[in-house]
Design a protein around this ligand. Structure first.
Ligand SMILES: C[S@@+](CC[C@H](N)C(=O)[O-])C[C@H]1O[C@@H](n2cnc3c(N)ncnc32)[C@H](O)[C@@H]1O
Length: 243
């Protein structure tokens, strides 16, 4: 097992940690409303369209729920590798029975379930790809485009790292102004909190190489469609022909 897998497992496949993470989700999601809505805004479907989308690293379904609310005839495949997150998700998705299902996938391994072998209408991911090594980010983008139907979109909401330390500082300062207790919390992390933080940031990389990964996987219309400080929605479309 790689170091990445071990440190990810310690966070996402631990029932107690998942319960603590889920208990704080309301507070976190309040700050993410605009990004979640933007992801739904970017999906090029009519409001009543019947389509299915895949949410990679879906966790408890925070991104999926917003898309399902926006498109009442849509259905979701929530792909994740943590049964603990899926159990918590089943509770949070109570009002969506019949419109979603979970499938198990380890994105670090690159083996997809047969039911997701192709023809997908859309793929989204949020706050998950930064847990993967750079090689796997690249591999994942290729695996996604191979499985999308021509003309279908992939959107990824994720944190990025600044290439310039002054930019990083400016982002941090703005975060701290919004949440003045954050700087204090940062200085006073327990060893466990520090380990969690280090796991969180270890594979976060700048935006430019990730846009390059998307382009070299074959996506067109690649862009940063939304950005707030260190969080972005990036994505692109599988070309209609020639792929
Ligand atoms: C921060 S949570 C984000 C969950 C959800 N997408 C959201 O936006 O709230 C990260 C998710 O990625 C999943 N994850 C991490 N590594 C993974 C892997 N190798 N394969 C599949 N899922 C993974 C975790 O289980 C967890 O559900």
């Amino acid at each position: 097992m790689s170091d990445t897998s071990k440190s990810n497992d310690a966070v996402w496949r631990d029932a107690e940690k998942v319960a603590a993470w889920a208990a704080r989700s309301g507070e976190r999601e309040r700050a993410r409303v605009l990004a979640r809505q933007m992801m739904a805004d970017l999906l090029p479907f009519e409001p009543q369209a019947e389509f299915s989308f895949v949410d990679l690293g879906a966790g408890t379904g925070a991104a999926s729920r917003v898309i399902l609310d926006r498109f009442p005839a849509a259905s979701a495949v929530l792909a994740d590798y943590s049964s603990e997150m899926m159990s918590e998700g089943a509770r949070q998705l109570e009002g969506y029975e019949g419109r979603y299902r979970y499938v198990a996938i380890d994105l670090e391994a690159g083996r997809w379930p047969a039911e997701l072998s192709g023809g997908l209408d859309a793929v989204v991911s949020s706050l998950c790809v930064h847990h993967l090594s750079d090689g796997r980010k690249q591999g994942l983008f290729s695996e996604v485009i191979e499985r999308l139907r021509p003309g279908a979109w992939y959107l990824n909401y994720d944190p990025v790292k600044a290439e310039d330390p002054s930019v990083e500082e400016a982002w941090q300062a703005a975060h701290d102004r919004r949440d003045p207790a954050a700087a204090e919390k940062r200085a006073d992390r327990s060893p466990e909190e520090q380990a969690h933080y280090e796991n969180h940031i270890r594979h976060i990389i700048p935006l430019a190489p990730q846009l390059a990964f998307l382009r070299s996987a074959g996506f067109e219309a690649v862009d940063v469609y939304w950005k707030e400080l260190d969080h972005v929605i990036m994505g692109g479309r599988r070309p209609f022909s020639g792929q």
